[in-house]
Design a protein around this ligand. Structure first.
Ligand SMILES: Nc1nc(=O)c2c([nH]1)NC[C@@H]1CN(c3ccc(C(=O)N[C@@H](CCC(=O)O)C(=O)O)cc3)C=[N+]21
Ligand SMILES: [Mg+2]
Length: 300
C-alpha cells in the first residue's frame, strides 16, 4: 500500500492562516501588532535565504518583522547589547538568533541572554527545563511542527512506540519530550545505538533528525509506520546537469514510502511547518506578554 503523503506545505499554510486570524484579532481588539526580531550574524548564503523567507512570512501574516544583520566579526559584547535592547523593546515579542553563529561567539551564552518569554526558538535553558517538566514554555519550532502533523494524522498518540533518531538539543531531545508528553513510549537513537535497524523496525512513529542524506532505508520501516523526516540535505544531482543539486531528507523516501503508512516529503514537509510554528510562537508570546488568552491549537 502506498503511503499517505503528509503535506507539510499545505498544513503550514493552514497554520499561517490561523496565525493571521489571531494577529488580526490582536490588532482590532487590543491594538497590538506582534513583532518578531531575527538576528543574523555573518553572510552564510543558506542562512540569508532562511532569514529572508522568515521575514516574508512574518509580514504576510500581519506581524512586524525586524531584521538585524550584523557582520561576521561582530563582538560578543555588541551582540549581547543588541539582544538586551530587543529584550526591553515592547514592540518585539519574539527574538530569533539564527544559528549557527560564527565560531568566536558562545552560542549557549547568547541564547541564554534572550528573555525566555521572547525566546520563540525555545532554546533558552529555562524553556528547555519547563518543557522537560511539562510546564508552559516556548516549544522549539521544528519539533512542534512535527507534533502537529503527528496529531493531525493519528488523533491520539497515546501508547505508540516512537523512535527519534538524533539527540540534538534543537530537534531530537525536545521532540522526545513532546512525544513523551503525548504518552508515546519513546526511544532516542543516535550514532552509537546498537542495532539501529532493529530499533527503528519496532517503531510506530519514526522521526529522523540526524542530518545525513537518505541514511534510513525503507527496509528499516515497519509496515504502516508514520515517518517524519526532519533532514534537509543538499546533495549533488548530476542527473539534473553539471553542478546541479537537490534536497533530500534523512530517509530514503522512495523505499520508505513503499512501507510507511504516512510520510513527510523533503522539501515540503517539516521545513515549512518550522517557519509556520515560529510565527505561531510569536503570536503566543505576544498574547502571554499582554495577559491575553493564547491561540488554541498553536501550542503544544
Ligand atoms: N535559531 C534558528 N532557528 C531555526 O529554526 C533555524 C536556524 N536558527 N538556523 C537554520 C535552520 C534551518 N531552518 C529551516 C527552516 C525552514 C526550512 C524550509 O522551509 N525548507 C524548505 C525548502 C527550502 C529550500 O528549498 O531550500 C522545505 O523543507 O520545504 C529549512 C530550514 C531553520 N533553522
Ligand atoms: Mg547524533
Amino acid at each position: 500500500m502506498a503511503a499517505t503523503v503528509i503535506d507539510g506545505k499545505a498544513f503550514a499554510a493552514k497554520v499561517r492562516g490561523q496565525v493571521a486570524e489571531h494577529v488580526a484579532r490582536l490588532k482590532e481588539e487590543h491594538g497590538i501588532t506582534p513583532g518578531l526580531a531575527v538576528v543574523l550574524v555573518g553572510e552564510d548564503p543558506a542562512s540569508q535565504v532562511y532569514v529572508r523567507s522568515k521575514g516574508k512570512s512574518t509580514v504576510e501574516v500581519g506581524m512586524n518583522s525586524f531584521e538585524h544583520k550584523l557582520d561576521a566579526g561582530t563582538s560578543e559584547a555588541d551582540l549581547l547589547a543588541l539582544i538586551d535592547q530587543l529584550n526591553s523593546d515592547p514592540k518585539v515579542h519574539g527574538i530569533l538568533v539564527q544559528l549557527p553563529l560564527p565560531g568566536h561567539l558562545d552560542e549557549d551564552l547568547v541564547i541564554n541572554s534572550i528573555a525566555p518569554e521572547k525566546d520563540v526558538d525555545g532554546f533558552h535553558i529555562s524553556n528547555v527545563g519547563l518543557l522537560g517538566t511539562g510546564q508552559k514554555s516556548m516549544v522549539p519550532c521544528t519539533p512542534l511542527g512535527c507534533l502537529m502533523m503527528l496529531r493531525e494524522h493519528h488523533g491520539s498518540l497515546s501508547g505508540l512506540d516512537a523512535v527519534v533518531i538524533g539527540r540534538s538539543n534543537i530537534v531530537g531531545k525536545p521532540m522526545a519530550q513532546l512525544l513523551l508528553g503525548d504518552s508515546c513510549t519513546v526511544t532516542i537513537a543516535h550514532s552509537r545505538t546498537k542495532d539501529l535497524p532493529d530499533v527503528v523496525r519496532r517503531a510506530d512513529i519514526v522521526v529522523a533528525a540526524v542530518g545525513r542524506p537518505e541514511m534510513v532505508p525503507g527496509d528499516w520501516i515497519k509496515e504502516g509506520a508514520t515517518v517524519i523526516d526532519v533532514g534537509i540535505n543538499r546533495i549533488d544531482a548530476p542527473e539534473k546537469g553539471e553542478g546541479k543539486t537537490r534536497l533530500v531528507g534523512d530517509v530514503d523516501y522512495a523505499s520508505a514510502a513503499e512501507r510507511a503508512g504516512a510520510i513527510t516529503p523533503v522539501p515540503g514537509g517539516v521545513g515549512p511547518m518550522t517557519i509556520a510554528c515560529l510565527l505561531a510562537n510569536t503570536v503566543t508570546a505576544a498574547c502571554r506578554a499582554n495577559n491575553l488568552a493564547e491561540p488554541e491549537g498553536l501550542t503544544a
